[in-house]
Every structure is written in C-alpha cells, then in structure tokens.
Design a binder for this molecule. Structure first.
Ligand SMILES: Nc1ncnc2c1ncn2[C@@H]1O[C@H](COP(=O)(O)OP(=O)(O)OP(=O)(O)O)[C@@H](O)[C@H]1O
Ligand SMILES: [Mg+2]
Length: 230
C-alpha cells in the first residue's frame, strides 16, 4: 500500500506527518514500512539517521526524485506500506506518486496562504484520478490553534476544502511543541509520549484515512451489486 503525504505548500507539516505515520505503522501496527524521501533537502532522511543514532526501531528510507512511478510500484511489492514525503519542489515526483498512491494525505494549516493552494491541488488530483481512479485523497488540517477563540479558523479551513471536490478529514493536528521537539531527536510523537494528545492525533488521522478508503470501496461494491441486481 502506498501512502503519499504531499502538497505544494512549504512548512504545512508534510515531513512531520509522513514520519509519524511511518512510525505508527512500523511500531504500533508492526508493519514492514519504507519511507521515500522526495525532498532534496533530505529532512526525513536526516530524521531517519537521528533515529539510528538514538537506537530507535529502524525504518528503511530511500531518496527518489523525478519520474518515480515505476520505482514506487516495484518497492511496494516488498513492503506492507510505502510512505512518501513529497513536497511541491519536485512537481514531477508529486505527480508520479499520485499516479500510483492508494492514499494521498495533503496537510494544510488553517491559514489563507495554505488554503490558496487548494484549487490547484484539486486540479492536479482530478487529472491524476484519470490514471489512478482508486486513490483515496484527503486534506488534513494541521497545526491548528488551540485557543478556543480561534476554533472558527479550523471550521472555516474545512469549509474551504469542502467547497472543492476533495474530502477533508475530521481528525486534525493541533499546534504542539512535541511535534517539533520529537522530530529534532529522531522520535515520533508516539515514542516521546505514547499516551499524549499528539500521539492520539496521529492515530486518529491514520485510522480515518483507512476507514474512509474502506467506506469508499464499500460504496463502489454496493453500486456494483445494485447494478448486477437491477
Ligand atoms: N502539529 C504541529 N504542531 C507544531 N509544530 C508542527 C506541527 N506539525 C509540524 N510542525 C513543525 O513545523 C515545521 C514544519 O513542518 P514540516 O517540516 O513537516 O513541513 P513540510 O511541509 O515538510 O515543509 P517543507 O515544505 O519545507 O518540506 C517543523 O518544525 C515541524 O516539526
Ligand atoms: Mg518537508
């Protein structure tokens, strides 16, 4: 299964989310996981090195750039999950990954400059859906403000996403220092604080992504059955 964490917006939390999803699957689900780092800045590859230095459970990581579709297909045969950290710098890698990904998670902060990328992301995704119709693409709102007076920003951000054709997850991440602090030491938030709120946010995001895909395939199955009967 290929999970792409991608999007055009810098700093929206793609690497952070890809890393935490990978650890959740590797450590809590005991799965065989590969991380693909498409960022020439090697943020996630460096984080993997930090993990090694800290003696944490190892996760394999490779760097791939450009037209990576076939490489991803080959790699996916050897792992339960391939998690891709893909920014907008390498548009070709982003599009090639979208052509084969089972799940696409696009983080956005509840900020105008992030939300401005929604129409273009929808455009790219609807094009990629022609070659990869089974993809389960979702926006996820990240780094949400925890002040109750700013709660409306989260709802507004979700509304902006909903006004386009890509669903937005109910699950979000709030802005918490633990994300940054964990990353600096090669940790995931689940390893820093297994019972913490950030760890729960990551579990909720992954579980919602998977359950939405199941929901969608269930609807397709129902539709096929209806057609067969009718
Ligand atoms: N929920 C959060 N709360 C607080 N800090 C966060 C959260 N999510 C991510 N961060 C921090 O925000 C910074 C940017 O996140 P990250 O590097 O994952 O973004 P990115 O989308 O990969 O950026 P780039 O486009 O440069 O690759 C990092 O320092 C990260 O630890
Ligand atoms: Mg990054």
């Amino acid at each position: 299964m290929i999970i792409l964490v991608g999007g055009e917006k810098g700093g929206s939390g793609k690497s952070c989310l890809a890393q935490n999803i990978a650890v959740y699957l590797r450590v809590e689900q005991n799965a065989n996981v590969l991380i693909v780092d498409c960022d020439p800045q090697r943020t996630t590859s460096d984080w993997i090195q930090e993990r090694k230095n800290a003696g944490l459970p190892e996760i394999n990581c490779v760097q791939l750039y450009g037209k990576i579709r076939n490489e991803l297909i080959n790699l996916s045969h050897h792992y339960d999950y391939v998690v891709i950290d893909c920014g907008g710098q390498d548009n070709l890698a982003l599009r090639s990954s979208m052509a084969v990904a089972d799940h696409i998670v696009i983080p956005l902060r509840p900020k105008r400059r992030d939300l401005k990328t929604v129409p273009h992301m929808e455009d790219i995704i609807s094009t990629c859906k022609m070659v990869n119709p089974k993809m389960n693409a979702n926006f996820v709102i990240t780094q949400c403000p925890s002040l109750p007076t700013l709660a409306s920003r989260i709802l507004e951000a979700k509304d902006v996403c909903r006004s386009f054709d890509i669903p937005v997850l109910d699950a979000v991440t709030f802005s918490r220092n633990i994300y940054d602090d964990s990353e600096e030491q090669g940790f995931s938030v689940m390893e820093s604080e297994p019972a913490g709120k950030a760890a729960e946010e990551i579990r909720n995001i992954v579980n919602e992504v998977f359950s939405r895909a199941q929901g969608a395939s269930h609807v397709v199955q129902q539709f096929k059955e209806m057609r067969a009967v009718g």
